[in-house]
Design a protein around this ligand. Sequence first.
Ligand code: ATP
Ligand code: MG
Length: 405
Amino acid sequence: MNYDRIVLRYGDLTMKGRNRKVFEDKMLKSVKRAMKPFEQVTYWRTYGRLYVLLNGTPHQPVIDRLKDLFGIVSVSPVVSVPTELSAIQAAALEVMESLDWTPKTFKVNTKRAWKGFAHGSHEMNHLVGGHILPRFPELRVDVRQPELELKVDIHEEATYLYWDSIPAAGGFPYGTSGKAMLLLSGGIDSPVAGWMALRKGLELEAVHFHSYPFTSVQATEKVKTLAKRLSYYSGVPIRLHLVPFTDIQTKIAHGNQENLTITLMRRAMLRITEQIAAKVKANGIVTGESLGQVASQTLSSMNVIGRAAVLPMIKPLIMMDKQEIIEIARKIDTFETSILPFEDCCTLFLPKSPSTNPNLRVVERVESSMEDYDLLIQQAVEGTETVLLSYNEPQSEQRDEEDWF
Ligand code: ATP
Ligand code: MG
């Protein structure tokens, strides 16, 4: 079938007044960015809907890309014809003949937005349905629960026909909710948290702590791969801050508070992240924590760890079960990368019995007793390397952002 356009539907519940304008502008920007590889396509925006005009581009790859973009609830390939009865009937028949499945029941659902058209909607349902039925002896009309509903939207400039509605990622368009830092480990959880944060319209910069040479180059490569995957969903390159964490970890590990190792490391991570956040003007910290999953993710641990930061902590996975998280990780295609067996800095220094109920005063005392601890934190911030990563530029890690935004 020669679909000539794709219609994109937004969620309409949360968009009122001015918000709607901002949302629609960002949406269009996001769509245009994602459509860059499809050089022929153009755009047409009307109230509450956005059309991608294919101009000869095959519809399937365009739909495959659009359905992963945030802010779009569903998409449909559409065929448009002149608003004349015979053209509409012919197109309807062609749509039915092009299906790669055989519905047993169908109905035609006409909406006559242009009242100047000679036939009413009800009459059109019959005129179009009656044109299709003789060609399909097995096909029946079912107005209540049809397997296929052929929509016919009559406007003055053209009539639009479509039947398929493909669910898309939902959420808000990229960059409608402000900017946050994502603590990105190489694990299963944090990329999923990042995807969920992006879906809510957050702009993200990722931070990864590595303990080179205790952790391998591959461990960092794996995190880069995950960051690139996130950039596919945002549609823009993502900054990844690589923080040298070896000195701090060694310092913590040499203290005699083994059960507090993780608590101390996490607090150090937050302090460093806040400093980077201040530089890049981010207003929150996203992590992949999930309540009760490990010792550092008990409520009591999270309380003591979280006090090292003043920025709001965003924990999209907090109430999810591991299995649910894994399902999303598979769906967004980060799972296979996440399970590659390269050690994370925290796994390496994992104590035998990490505290599930650390005491804030003790933790603070240990921190202030560590010589040059603030200096080490400062050095980690200063030693941080930043790379810009993009899903569609695998060879070039660093490039001028102006090209993109
Ligand atoms: P993940 O699968 O995301 O690694 P996890 O269940 O293994 O999570 P932890 O390793 O305890 O849990 O980490 C909790 C959160 O802390 C992670 O989701 C991530 O946001 C952050 N984090 C852990 N290690 C690092 C790291 N090396 N660099 C950046 N962030 C990290
Ligand atoms: Mg982990």
